[in-house]
Design a protein around this ligand. Structure first.
Ligand SMILES: [Fe+2]
Ligand SMILES: [Fe+2]
Length: 165
């Protein structure tokens, strides 16, 4: 099926979907880098388990960027071509890990995941029954983001328990 066929499957303005996908695409790259560089600088108790989790999440965010960019191209759009555009288009922004303390890095990333969950929920609401392919992709990514938030919260709980005893 060619581009027009794929566009015909979309019962809303494809350009509107492409714009939203590009915003999510910017979020994914920024999330990828925030996790990746966070894993490099993080310090404190339980550092090793936190690093392992951050690197796994970084890999997932990069995979999400790949999925989102593929959908943008299918719809006839172009993924943002310059990192400069990521900050301009991002929904969730970038939380610079200036404080390398484990609990602070975890908090920043939990906030990021909560934002990402909102972004994909909104994308699902907008594409429901109108652009099934984008809807299904957003659902898959949303499931990962929910899991990410849970994983980070489990680490926060372990950390708090360790500090209490
Ligand atoms: Fe993601
Ligand atoms: Fe995530």
């Amino acid at each position: 099926m060619g581009l027009s066929g794929r566009r015909l499957l979309v019962d809303i303005d494809a350009d509107e979907v492409i714009a939203l996908l590009n915003k999510a695409f910017a979020d994914e790259w920024l999330a990828y880098y925030q996790y990746w560089v966070g894993a490099k600088v993080v310090k404190g108790p339980m550092k090793e388990s936190v690093i392992a989790e951050l690197l796994q999440h970084a890999a997932d965010e990069l995979r999400h960027a790949d999925m989102v960019s593929n959908r943008i191209i299918q719809l006839g759009g172009t993924p943002l071509l310059s990192p400069k555009e990521w900050m301009e288009h991002s929904n969730c922004g970038y939380d610079t890990p200036v404080d390398p303390y484990v609990m602070e890095i975890l908090r920043q990333n939990v906030d990021g995941e909560r934002c990402a969950i909102g972004v994909y929920k909104k994308l699902m609401d907008i594409t429901k029954d109108k652009d099934v392919v984008t809807y299904e992709m957003a659902l898959q990514i949303l499931q990962d983001e929910v899991e990410h938030e849970e994983d980070l919260q489990a680490l926060q709980e372990d950390f708090e328990m360790m500090m209490k005893r």
